[in-house]
Design a protein around this ligand. Structure first.
Ligand SMILES: *Cc1c(COP(=O)(O)O)cnc(C)c1O
Length: 399
């Protein structure tokens, strides 16, 4: 962990799970954060694709405060109004389905995996194997690191649960070859996020849908990162025109308040009482935040904004002369011509800009959906000189 003048006890009290920037944030407004040492940062990370409305959005703050006064939690033995309203809204925005609420992407995917295995028992004589993509990220629980396609995340924790096979992303033939009598489903991110923003080819997702129909498999889309307007549409599956059987959401859903959701079409909706649960899942506080998030995205035209500012940003980012720019809406990845991503992140940080890196030379931009073109221009006034500086080999090293 980086030594941090703002948090001298960090290394003593916090587990060493993340290389953090040496800063402690205390407040935020719009796309800007303020640190305990009084510095301002323009934020192109948004807690990694979470804070869709930026910071301190008045409507979100009010909804949370109002709900906290009324009812924070009531438990899963009874219903509550925000939970019912949110489930109806999500189904209205997606496809005929029912919803399970939890707190994170990993839990939403864990629910998807359990639904799929139970479906295999009931409809495919006990088939249990799920095909997923190399490079994918589905969370940090034991099952979801196994489903994910990154050995770094699962190797320290062997033995892993059986029942997962991996194939290269965007390779339909490999999915077909990996399908066996044990296969029960295919799980993919429509756009790989942690792997550097790699969009699925439209024919890959269409081909997966056809293959799943032909072979009687469930198709699971992990939209934890791509969902809720990030791509310029409510959900990436709509941008691609390919409907999954199970859809998972989290990250941006509560505008920063932890909440995850797993939606299953009737065909995949196998849970009965006792199969699954979550003590705090569907709590009124998180659900009220999420209902408000949906309302504000709609009222402020943030889908259109993500599409428009996203394409503007992709054009402006060409000024950095990346070797590749990928993405959709406000989910953008660029590859630099040399492995200076960590140095660039540090140089930007020193100049008041937060960016996220997902490799030696890959930068991922997942800013709040309220980002403006002016914010993009401001970001470029930092990114350009920062990259010049690290390209010319100034003394910035990976922190
Ligand atoms: C972040 C992410 C997850 C895990 O979400 P958590 O809330 O951290 O558990 C799963 N899938 C995708 C695609 C993600 O981006």
């Amino acid at each position: 962990m980086t030594e941090n003048a703002c948090a001298p006890d960090a290394a003593r009290h916090l587990m060493n799970i993340e290389r953090r920037l040496p800063v402690t944030m205390v407040s935020g407004s719009g796309c800007r954060l303020k640190s305990s040492d009084g510095n301002d940062y323009l934020d192109l990370v948004a807690g990694i694709a979470v804070n869709l409305l930026g910071y301190s959005h008045p409507k979100l703050v009010k909804a949370i405060c109002d709900q906290a006064r009324a009812l924070i939690n009531v438990g899963d033995m009874v219903f509550n109004e925000p939970m019912l309203e949110l489930a109806a809204r999500l189904v209205g925005l997606t496809f005929p389905a029912r919803v399970f609420f939890c707190h994170s992407g990993a839990e939403a995917n864990e629910a998807a995996i359990k639904l799929t295995r139970k479906w295999g028992k009931e409809h495919k004589s006990g088939a249990f194997e799920i095909v997923s993509a190399l490079g994918s990220f589905h969370g940090r629980t034991l099952a979801t690191v196994t489903a994910g396609g990154k050995a770094r995340n699962s190797d320290p924790f062997t033995p892993l649960p059986p029942g997962f096979v991996h194939v290269p992303f965007n390779d339909l033939e490999a999915v077909k070859r990996a399908t066996s009598a044990n296969s029960v489903g295919v799980m993919v991110e429509p756009i790989l996020g942690s792997a550097g923003v790699v969009p699925a080819k439209p024919e890959f997702l269409r081909g997966l849908r056809e293959w799943c129909d032909e072979m009687n498999l469930l198709l699971i889309f992990d939209e934890v990162q791509t969902g809720l307007g990030r791509t310029g549409q409510w959900f990436a599956f709509q941008a691609y025109g390919v409907q999954p059987d199970i859809l998972t959401l989290a990250k941006g859903l509560g505008g920063g308040v932890p909440i995850g959701a797993c939606l299953a079409a009737p065909r995949a909706d196998t849970f009965t009482p006792g199969d699954h649960g979550s003590t705090l899942g569907g709590n009124p506080l998180a659900c009220a935040a999420a209902v408000t998030l949906l309302n504000v995205v709609e009222a402020e035209g943030l889908l259109a904004n993500a599409a428009e500012v996203g394409s503007y940003m992709r054009v402006q980012l060409q000024r950095l002369r990346p070797t590749e720019i990928r993405g959709m809406g406000l989910m953008i990845g660029i590859d630099l011509d040399r492995p200076v991503a960590a140095a660039l992140q540090r140089a930007c940080f020193d100049m008041g800009l937060l960016i996220n890196i997902v490799g030696d030379r890959t930068v991922r931009f997942v800013p709040p959906l309220i980002l403006t073109k002016q914010d993009v221009d401001t970001a470029l006034t930092i990114l350009e000189p920062a990259l010049d500086r690290v390209r010319s080999g100034a003394s910035y090293t990976s922190h």
